[in-house]
Design a protein around this ligand. Structure first.
Ligand SMILES: Cc1cc2nc3c(=O)[nH]c(=O)nc-3n(C[C@H](O)[C@H](O)[C@H](O)COP(=O)(O)O)c2cc1C
Length: 454
């Protein structure tokens, strides 16, 4: 069945120098990008010129633990700005593009997160989005008074309660709660202020939030859960879902499953969840040029880094005993990490008879996210197919190096998508919700008042 046209959603997912682990070594990269605000202004404005729905910034709250020889050759989450601070500053130098970033439900209080994203929504005139993560690394726990991270199930229980509170706190004030009437001397209307008085298993929050209801009613919630518990949070709360599926077939299944779950279990409209797989594009005016860019970026990767990434992607398997220029061993233990990624990588290695070094280059480029290498037409063909065949509502574009790969995408692929009527040529809305075609939720208190009046 044909899907409505002109509805492809695009996020610009920025890692400081790009998503490729060796992007910081690219001759045109800004090696200090993580703390270079001018660089972020440039790429944010480029994404806005390309009419992207939103910018997205991920976050880890700590320097990961890895072999120091590999770690010291990588720039990922090691020397960069805190994302809410950065994206709030970007609000001042952009006008229309959505501004989404990560905050952890394991190492924040819900009040903090509700307040910061409500502030961002006011500062940006309704362009804020919160990427809800539970954090995944033990090292993060140790920065927040804990020796161990919460177990997977526990952290998703916390995440559910956390998100319930955040969403409720955003409704602390009715939309028209602040007359600020200088004549009468009434700043706010007491009938329009709501205490939350939440007492739950993990949190106790009285409320109200000390900032008025956000312009979007609620900032957009983004999530990327893949486990059963993670998908439940997505189906219940998320309006944008970043999937990490590497093939169209697995993404189609994910797309269907998460939307069906949202509808059947949580009574939500499936169109109100936008599934956006991560996509790392290498674009050239010819296929050869694109391939050259891909090969060149991969050639910058140090073998020690390549081996570490392959080991991480395979769930922490120790690869040091094996010859890196030989095949991936047959008898690797099934990983405790992502089983679908493990399967994809091991099958690809076998099918294409790749050495460990070659397979490491395939997965390290985008840290096991989807990579497309080709001409604008070839990329647009694939993106269109994923969209039409219901594997994606859009894509979270992960430029492998910056600013070059973003510039290529904006100059070459976006016009091709626009020519096909698959992407906007101008912003028609002001808020992130409007860009994404999501309704503005009414306050839970307004809903109750309306129900009582009927
Ligand atoms: C595109 C994308 C972006 C992500 N961003 C972050 C992030 O910024 N911080 C983080 O701790 N986890 C991040 N994650 C990890 C997810 O939140 C989630 O933990 C992961 O997909 C595994 O799913 P599960 O938690 O359901 O097992 C991201 C995942 C994807 C696919």
């Amino acid at each position: 069945m044909a899907r409505p046209s002109a509805q492809l959603r695009l996020g610009a997912f920025f890692n400081p120098t790009g998503h490729h682990v060796a992007s910081w070594r690219h001759p045109q990269s800004q090696a200090d990008a993580g703390i270079n605000f001018k660089h972020y202004v440039e790429i944010a404005q480029t994404a806005e010129r390309g009419k992207f729905d939103m910018i997205f910034l991920a976050d880890n709250i700590g320097v990961r633990e890895a072999h120091i020889e590999a770690l010291s050759r990588s720039a990922q989450y090691i020397a960069n700005f805190e994302p809410i601070t950065l994206i709030s500053a970007l609000a001042a130098v952009t006008e229309r593009i959505g501004l989404t970033c990560t905050a952890s439900t394991s190492y924040n209080e819900p009040f903090h997160v509700a307040r910061k994203f409500a502030s961002l929504d006011h500062i940006s005139g309704g362009r804020a989005g919160w990427n809800l993560v539970t954090s995944g690394q033990a090292v993060e726990a140790r920065n927040f008074g804990r020796d161990h991270h919460f177990g997977h199930a526990e952290r998703y229980q916390r995440a559910n309660e956390f998100a319930e509170i955040v969403v409720a706190l955003w409704d602390s004030w009715d939309d028209d709660a602040f007359p600020r009437d200088k004549e009468s001397g009434r700043f706010f209307d007491p009938a329009k202020m709501h205490y939350l008085n939440h007492v739950g298993q993990h949190f106790k929050v009285k409320g109200p939030l000390n900032i008025p209801r956000p312009p979007q009613g609620r900032p957009v919630i983004v999530q990327a859960g893949t486990s059963d518990d993670g998908m439940d949070v997505a189906a219940r709360f998320a309006e944008v879902i970043f999937s990490a599926n590497l093939t169209m077939d697995t993404c189609q299944k994910y797309f269907k499953e998460v939307k069906t779950r949202a509808q059947d279990k949580f009574g939500r409209h499936p169109e109100h969840l936008k599934v956006m797989p991560g996509l790392s594009p290498y674009v050239g005016r010819t296929e050869e040029e694109a391939k050259e860019k891909y090969d060149y970026q991969n050639s910058l990767m140090h073998p020690i880094v390549a081996r570490e990434i392959l080991s991480t992607v395979l769930g922490g398997v120790d690869l040091t005993p094996y010859n890196f220029d030989g095949p991936l061993p047959d008898n690797l233990p099934m990983s405790n990490g992502s089983q679908s990624t493990f399967k994809y990588v091991t099958e690809l290695a076998k099918k294409d008879k790749l050495t460990m070094r070659q397979i490491a280059q395939v997965v390290a480029g985008a840290r096991a996210k989807l990579v497309m290498v080709g001409t604008p037409k070839q990329l647009a063909d694939q993106m269109e197919q994923w969209y039409v065949e219901e594997a994606a509502d859009g894509f979270n574009i992960m430029p492998p190096y910056l600013p070059g790969a973003l510039n290529d995408f904006v100059e070459l692929v976006i016009p091709e998508l626009q020519r096909r009527g698959l992407f906007r040529t101008e912003y028609t809305g002001r808020t992130l919700r409007e860009h994404l075609g999501l309704p503005r939720p009414s306050s839970r208190y307004a809903q109750r008042t309306n129900e009582a009046a009927e």
